[in-house]
Design a protein around this ligand. Structure first.
Ligand code: DQA
Length: 158
């Protein structure tokens, strides 16, 4: 199973960026942790970071060809991007939204996610743990999704 991980704007600055909010973890460390977990879960990951809304829309829009699900931290676009929300809704893949910080405990403008309703779940506030929990959840969701129709067919045949 191959999954796409998308990191939104400014996440390449992690480690230096607003350390009091996001801590000192770097994007490379997050990606290394994700790749390690992916190996344990026996899934493949492709990881993509962009500061550009259109590039993220393009990545989501073409994901169906190569991936079974999407793990996404849309970062600031969470709160502003109808285009990314629509792409997630249109792509037909399950997506899990993750945030390092607890967005519902922060400024008012961060307390609303436009993208979460187009996702199967959201994990927020656990730092790197949000990504790892999100990946576990997404893999479980995709595995159940792919095994359910076959299981039903098998049962019907009996
Ligand atoms: C973030 C939260 C967003 O509000 C913010 O714009 C980010 C990071 C998080 O992971 O906590 O860039 O998505």
């Amino acid at each position: 199973m191959k999954l796409l991980v998308i990191h939104g704007p400014n996440l390449q600055l992690l480690g230096d960026r607003e350390v009091s909010v996001y801590g000192t973890v770097t994007l490379k460390q997050i990606n290394d942790s994700l790749l390690k977990l992916a190996k344990d879960l026996n899934v493949e990951l492709e990881i993509f970071q962009s500061n550009h809304e259109g590039a993220i829309v393009d990545a989501v829009g073409s994901a169906r060809k190569n991936y079974r699900g999407i793990l996404i931290n849309p970062a600031a676009y969470t709160h502003t991007s109808i285009a990314i929300r629509d792409a997630l809704a249109a792509c037909g893949l399950p997506a899990v939204e993750v945030h390092l910080s607890h967005i519902y405990k922060r400024e008012d403008f961060r307390q609303h996610s436009l993208t979460a309703p187009a996702c199967v779940a959201q994990v927020t506030g656990f730092g790197t743990g949000s990504y790892l929990l999100g990946l576990r959840g997404l893999v479980g969701y995709c595995s159940r999704k792919s095994s359910t129709p076959k299981a039903k067919t098998a049962r019907k045949k009996k």
